[in-house]
Design a protein around this ligand. Sequence first.
Ligand code: NDP
Length: 235
Amino acid sequence: MSEGQIVVTGGSRGIGAAIAVELDRRGRRIACLSRSGEAPVGYGLACDMTDEAKVAEAIAAIAAKGPIAGLVNNAGHHVATPSESLTAEEFERSVRLNATAVVVACREAYPHIRANGGGLIINIGSFFDKLGVAQNVAYCASKAAVGAITRCLAVEWADAGIRVLDVAPGYIDTDLNHEFLARDNVRRWLERRVPVKRPGSAEEVARLVGTLYSEDIGFLTGETIYMDGGQGMNH
Ligand code: NDP
């Protein structure tokens, strides 16, 4: 893959920070976007990914520092709400960050990645995209949209040398769900439900993303790659 910066959204913490560290370890230059603007490696810019103008501004600022070779759309959030009380506003807030921001960041990065000779965009989805999960209408719908966005952009931008993938993790122990995963009954439930009998780590997701950026696998595009310890296919 061509040289250049890789932009990691939500790179300040959790899976995004682990991805930034892993890509840095593999010799890539990293730019992180998050609300705090913190970055474990490379440099960080404060950017609320739900603010379209700010995303355009941040990607332009990164491009001014050097070529862009890739984008990892990782910023996201999860809320569980009983569907009988889910408001349109709450639903749209999830879609805005988990899906609309992916479209906006891809659009803003596109001319820069194309100008650099093509590259790889990885969207972090979720294995919830194919499941029916109680109280998770907004999260599941927004992550299903990530799979659709990935497939459409992969087809549309292949001529520009841009591949697009959706890495869809299962339960990963981060700030997003640490409290939930720490409960004894949840641990026991995961031991029954997940064939590998544990949640994944942010570093494991990062190693997959690092491999996808490091290896020349130009025939792979548009796919959702599930990484859930086998949970999603276990009945
Ligand atoms: P964390 O809550 O640990 O981290 C979320 C990251 O996103 C932080 O860097 C945060 O930074 C950033 N962020 C949140 N809101 C915004 C915003 N509006 N604008 C810019 N940045 C924002 O989450 P995880 O690391 O666990 O999750 C990362 C991704 O992985 C998400 O898309 C999530 O849906 C997905 N995922 C997670 C799973 C899990 O079990 N943990 C399972 C499957 C998918 P800051 O607060 O500084 O803005």
